[in-house]
Design a protein. Sequence first.
Lengths: 383, 252
Amino acid sequence: MKIITDLPSVFEEFAEARKNSFLSVKRIKDEGKPVIGVYCGYFPMEIAMAAGAVVVGICSMSDETVGDAEKDLPRNLCPLIKSSYGFAKTDKCPFFYFSDLVVGETTCDGKKKMYEHLGGIKPVYVMQLPNSQDDSGYALWKSELFRFKDYIENMFGVRVSDENLKKQISLKNRERQALKRLSYLMALDPAPISGENLFNLLYGSTFKFDKEAVISEIEAVIEKIMRDYESGINVGKKPRIIITGCPIGGATLKVLRAVESKGGCVVAFENCSGMKNIDNMTDESDPDMYGALAKRYLDIGCSCMSPNPNRYELLGRMIDEFHADGVIDMTLVACHTYNVEAFGIKRFCLEEKHVPYMHMETDYSQSDIGQLETRAAAFIEML
Amino acid sequence: MLGLGIDSGSTVTKGALFDGEKVVRRLMIPTKSNPKKSIRLVYDSLISDDVGFAVSTGYGRALLEKAGKQVTEITCHAKGASFLCPEARTVIDIGGQDCKAIKLDQMGSVSDFIMNDKCAAGTGRFVEIMLKALELESGDLDDAVLNASPVSITSMCAVFAESEMISLLASGEREQDIAAGIVHSICRRTAVFASKLNPEGPVFFSGGLAGYNCFRSFLEKYVGLKTVVHEDSQFAGAIGASIIAYSCLMKG
């Protein structure tokens, strides 16, 4: 395989990865491989990969289908849940269409109740995610991993061998490490690339199904970015912003664009599509592989956990390591857990980390772009 | 040399000229349906060979090609407020379609701010709708609410509040009591909004509503901090922009 190393083309190619993967998913399907559609970072990828399945993130980040969803669901529900349901209902998401199985987790109340309705459209398997990271939580999550393994073994008529699982754990760790190394290039000041390009690389990589190839491509990109950086190419000295909060992508890229169009640089994402998803590794030295996977996944610092110390720990570390000048907490309207947690994150940023903080609540419509731009510009002027 | 600042608001477009020490001229015209024309008109009226730099602010700030710089209304209001009232630690601005609260540090710089969402609740537009529904002139509002007994208004949505006002009129409530109820509800809502910033006094109240004594005094009551206005309160954003323009000029 030839690796493209011309950076603008690489950025473009990763930005288009989601769209381009419609066809690769169809091809995979035609080869007889099972496809599992997922919504969330808590999904244990390694088990599905060890069963020979291909995992793809289902559409949930556009307001295109919110109107259709609102015929069945309340209006004052988080747009991500409405969008997910709307795409499924209208059959507008090719990934949903090609999925043999859709897997959800009991993360927040809105999602778990929505999955009950989604089950009427497609086979939906719901994993019971505990909401606390203690011994009983890890034990429950580990038993849920076994239950899921048994379920897909039966459904697809395959066996998830320990040997193969071990390989997949190592492969996923290597992929996370590569993406993490890429993300940490942004710790350089001035940053080597824009936050939008970083986002496209991170998000696009989840729509490339040959993980070995992803690792090689990302490593080549890292090398190229560093060569350019050493020859003096960078985004220039700009206020450095970390975005935290709800999943970002699709319609909510308006927040990232508002920051960067007003003179800031988004140096890191704490959100699911960013560091949350790649920061911690599965312990490969642990002979109890399911236990190690349970720990790795359950430790993700999502606001559906209570309490949620790992989000503060990760965000605090990122503020230091990325030399952040400000933190923007992007939350979705009616996402109760992130909106309530915002008060704690604000105090943490201002009182413990002494870094300016701004909360931006938004939805998937484009009607608030003017306001978001004004707020982003005022925040940057304040830094 | 002079710095020119223009604040293109949703209802009114304001302009100010600053000579390094004082505001030497101010101008205000209705924005109406053509903000681009209004901002241009203010620019053409104030521009002269003495003006070395122009800064635009407000929601229409991008509409003036001749502006040397665009600065957000948050920064400009903070600047203008510190000029008009140097001891202010918090700014509450109620404009035609939005509402903002800004916290200032000892130097008068922005240390934190909040803006309301995309909704006219509790803004100047809300007051316009009230005046129209109650057939009151804006100049008569202070007198009308002076000795009124405010009725309780439950809707904060400008659209629902209008129908609530009409029902209250139909049930025989007096116009001045309804108006007082609205003024109280706007001030209470604004105080709750600003409380998110843990405001410190004194509070500088700016924007169109600062011209009414009733809003200042009820706001002071609900915020619980000394709340001051200035005769140029409505120009705070434009004055701030003109000061920033002047400092750009000085920096070269």
